[in-house]
Design a protein around this ligand. Sequence first.
Ligand code: FPP
Length: 250
Amino acid sequence: MILKLPKHVAIIMDGNGRWAKARGHSRFFGHIRGASKAKKIIEEGARLGLDSLTLFTFSTENWKRPQDEIRFLMLLLKKRLKRETRNLIKNNIRFDCIGDISRLPVSVLEQVQETRMLTKDNTGMKLTFALNYGGRQEIVNAVKNLAEKVKNAKLSPDDITEESLSDALQSSYLQDPDLIIRTSGESRLSNFFLWQAAYSEFYVTPVYWPDFTTENLHQALKSFQKTERRFGKTSEQLVPMPLPTQEMVR
Ligand code: FPP
């Protein structure tokens, strides 16, 4: 049993292409397997009782990939979302996304909005897809929002705090991730959750995303359990210290 469950787990799903290449398949096949793996991990996250699960599904940098790969990823996203919406409802999962979705192809955008709408009243795990998402862009947009409010005299510069900036982020409905998992061995954030990752635990596994199993997820959660999150404090400050007895004071 996993005792201290992180509330919000975020995953950088990496290695679809390398997984496919190592098996002599096209990158597309790696993405198909990657999407099936996402389904399994989402269901396991909900079963375990995670409050939130965020998947880095398409980054602002991913537009630099060959056009046919982008088209394929978009089609896969649309098809899988359509197919899985019923299961999301059955599992009481609320689907949402962060990132500039206005740039997605219209048919994908429509499916995203439909799944969002059909799951909006679900009260279980919050599943977020980061789509056309970039952490820097998210921060820039939040700063623009705050600047606009200052310009219109709705906010004073002194009111700009860590909290007000967090509230201005698109992901403000989520608490910061407790655990960020990255597959395929690279220890980089790659422009994901730059602001939100300030105190997140980072778990990197060499396993390629299509090979990532529920057992691998459990390992990551167990490793999170063993860590002591001090948020800048000392270990002693985290454990309630016994009050000094009269004898000690004398
Ligand atoms: C990284 O593999 C994966 C992505 C491009 C994003 C994740 C996309 C999926 C898992 C498929 C669709 C997902 C859903 C949820 C429908 P890579 O291509 O960067 O691998 P590489 O680094 O080995 O080339």
